[in-house]
Structure formats: structure tokens, C-alpha cells
Design a protein around this ligand. Sequence first.
Ligand code: GLU
Length: 246
Amino acid sequence: MNMPRVRFAPSPTGHLHLGNLRTALFNELFARHEKGKLILRIEDTDVERSKPEFANSILRDVDVMGIHFDEGPFYQSKRLHHYEEALHRLEASGRTYFCYCTQEELKARRREALQLKKPPRYDNRCRTLSPAEAERRKSLGMKPTIRFRVDEEQPILVEDLIRGVIHFPPEEIGDFVIMRTHPFKDGEWLPTFHLSVCVDDGLMGITHVIRGEDHLSNSPRHVLLFRALGFSVPKFAHLSLIHSTG
Ligand code: GLU
């Protein structure tokens, strides 16, 4: 069997949380037990919320807690070319499109869907946006996002080492955003979490994704992206979250 490779991938949008520390510890114990490698990746592509001082404080805290990494830290903000290259591959295989829906429109439709007791997913409407309408919105200065097309008709299976095989109905998963325009730099793009995680897990040869269960609902999307990008799908282990009693 190939040597297991796991990662701890905090977002530097705040100080290290006890739950993240527990995730790091599980990853380290697994890596040491399996004689694998533990990689540290700083997920700092959310430029509005990430701060270098949080990244530094996380690095210091994991070190103080005695967690040792075999590779990294790798900063996603320094790896944007990899996400662009992946985007081009997805574009070339027809899996992407521009979406001009505004945040207000998305929120209103979400509220409506919830009232009708429908899954609050994106309704894929920009799939059929005419080139003329797209051009019109562009000329009004509207900033698009790039969405990934979810064409699946069969349930998407996530194999979780803790929870077993979980079936996600494809109709509950709308086309999701993988790239957005940079909020501060005109003409530049940033990957969303979904794209950067899958590209890096794929390129870094991650075999086991051990993370908090708050990410469980993201995993069917990630399975689709891994496949579309030609990466093998890692094994998942979603850990229960720590809840305060007070
Ligand atoms: N950066 C994510 C977080 O801090 C973790 C992503 C992952 O483990 O896949 O919640």
C-alpha cells in the first residue's frame, strides 16, 4: 500500500480553536501510527478574512502543542497558479460557466426555497444565460463567479471511515462556485475553498482527509471535483465537533 499522506489545513481567519487542534492531533496520530506523512497547509485564499498574524499564531500554537509536520507550511495564496490551471482544465471539459446572480438574488431565492420546503440549492439558472444577456450584465459592471456543473443523476457516495458510506441525492446539490473575482484586485480571480482544497489534496497526494464534520456536506462536491480533475478520491474521516456544555 502507498504510504498514507494526511494534512492539517487551517484557515487563518482567527486563532487556533480547540476543535482544530483536536483535528490536527488525530491527523498526527494517524500519520505516526501508519508511518505516513503529515502536511501543514494554510488555507488563506479568503483574502477578506485571512490575516498573516492569525497564520503565525496558529503555527506557534501547533508547535507549542508538540505537533510536528513532515512537509509545509504551504500557503494557498502562493499557489494560485495551480488553481487557475485546474480551472482551465475544467473549462476545457465543459464543466464550468459564468454566473451573474447577485448575492441579494441568491439570498431571496434561498428564502423562497426554504419557505416551500425545497432544498435551498442554487437553481442553475445561469447555465442557460444567453451570451447577449451575459454581455449586458458585464457592461453594467456586474462581477461574475464561475460555477461547476453538477450533472450527476445518481447519488453521490462519500465513503467515510467513521460514518460508513453516505449517499447524497444529486438534486440537493446545485452547481457550486469554484472561482470568484478578487475583491481588491481588478481583473484577478480567487478560488473558493472547494476548488483550492481539491486541487491541493490531489497535487499533494493526500490519501486520507481527516477533518471536522462541519465539512461533511462539502464532501460530495469534493468527490465530484476530484473526479473531474482526474485525481483519485481520498478516504474521508469526519470527526465529531467539540460542543461546549456551557
Ligand atoms: N480550511 C478548512 C477549515 O479551516 C479545513 C479544510 C479541510 O480540512 O478540508 O475549516
